[in-house]
Design a binder for this molecule. Structure first.
Ligand SMILES: *Cc1c(COP(=O)(O)O)cnc(C)c1O
Length: 396
């Protein structure tokens, strides 16, 4: 393959050259001060991205899924009750994992395309006067449907019910791309992965853990060894690991957070919001709709687009890959075939995004969808010019 197009899947995301180089390292001794010099800035940077001063950061050689497992196994005991909502494939998978760990799941079913049902959470928490519920799970950004949920509202529901349950948040496809305020939202465990907003290869499970989660750790009876926070925190005191860390990836993470800080987190979030809005303008110009039920739920990192009756979203993805060597995301679970997804997070620019929009347009037109070539591109161009290019000229 002589060409290399960007991917438009919602993770893994495109890796900037600077990060590829940062990950490519000669072996060093991970028990030496050289490792500390890499590890400490990575941890300090992740704290800023997560919005925590009081929490601790733990990096496991794993992925987001490993982060889910670490979060539950370090804070809960078999048979304990956990409140969660199922409204997409990722929230579903975390619930499934909890069930397999022997937790007693109190699941609120919500439509795929809805956000986390805060009112139903509030009701369940208020009704639970005996505090049987030990943890509340929230998927901040449901990557399957392109839906962002309101974590602060879940925190308010917990506080209004004066409920002591832990708040465990999957931020795998939001952290580093959309505002995340671990301390302000009272998040007890925040979970991220290296291959989404951090623009790195997969391989690091990145967790923020609150002091309250650390306090819950001793009493938690679910078995864990590889993922035991206690071993990690003890080793961290000496600047090290209980086992061999992926040093190159951690060096990549130190560089990733440096890049995010150089751009400025607010600018990173504004860029994602602008690129996402361009995609949504394109979707509207195609006469199509996002799977997300209302604008307040729109994700700034991924848009799931509902395909018209009689067409299959997976065919669009397969065709784009085969014909144009461009990757989009397929629909998952309940929305398989009904949607296709455009990932718009990480290393992207307006210009790269236009190439993705143009490709989606070609693929849909090839398959006979009633989409006019250039319509989505023009809508996004208009938006990017007035919110980037032309606006910048006017400001100068
Ligand atoms: C990608 C993703 C995961 C799973 O992460 P892996 O790194 O693939 O294990 C979990 N939750 C959300 C919301 C995701 O987008």
């Amino acid at each position: 393959m002589p060409t290399q197009n960007p991917v438009f899947i919602p993770g893994p995301t495109n890796i900037p050259d600077r990060l590829r180089k940062a990950c490519d390292m000669a072996t060093i001794d991970h028990r030496s001060p050289d490792f500390r010099a890499i590890f400490e800035p990575a941890i300090a940077g992740v704290k800023k991205v997560l919005g925590t001063r009081t929490g601790e950061i733990i990096l496991f050689p794993a992925t987001g899924t490993g982060g889910w497992e670490a979060a539950i196994s370090n804070t809960l005991s078999p048979g304990e009750t956990v409140l969660a909502a199922r409204h997409g494939m990722f929230s579903h998978r975390w619930i499934d994992m909890c069930t397999r760990h022997g937790l007693d799941m109190q699941v609120i079913e919500a439509p795929w395309g809805a956000g986390v049902p805060v009112a139903a959470y509030a009701e369940a928490l208020t009704a639970d006067t005996g505090h049987r519920i030990k943890a509340v799970l929230v998927t901040h950004n449901e990557t399957a449907t392109g839906v962002r949920s309101d974590i602060a509202a879940v925190r308010r529901a917990l506080d209004a019910a004066k409920h002591p349950a832990l708040l465990l948040v999957d931020g795998v496809s939001s952290i580093g791309s959309m505002p995340f305020e671990m301390d302000a939202w009272g998040v007890d465990i925040a979970i991220a992965g290296s291959q989404k907003g951090f623009m790195l290869p997969a391989g690091l499970s990145i967790l923020g853990i609150s002091q309250k989660a650390i306090a819950a750790m001793e009493a938690a009876k679910l078995p864990r060894t590889f993922f035991d926070f206690r071993d990690m925190l003890a080793s961290y005191k000496t600047g090290g690991y209980p086992y061999t860390p992926p040093v190159g990836l951690i060096n990549g993470l130190a560089t990733s957070v440096e890049m995010l800080m150089e751009e400025g987190l607010d600018n990173v979030y504004a860029r994602h919001a602008r690129i996402a809005e361009g995609v949504r303008r394109a979707v509207a110009a195609w006469g199509l709709k996002p799977c997300a039920q209302s604008p307040d739920l729109y994700s700034e990192t991924v848009t799931a687009i509902v395909v018209p009756q009689g067409f299959n979203g997976t065919d669009i993805v397969t065709h784009a890959a085969r014909t144009y060597q461009v990757a989009f995301g397929v629909g998952l679970g309940q929305v398989a075939g009904k949607v296709f997804r455009i990932g718009h997070l990480g290393m992207l620019t307006d210009v790269l995004m236009l190439s993705g929009i143009a490709t989606a347009e070609m693929a849909m037109a090839d398959l006979g969808l009633p989409v006019k070539l250039g319509s989505g591109v023009a809508a996004a161009q208009d938006f990017y010019r007035s919110n980037g290019g032309a606006a910048r000229v006017a400001a100068e």
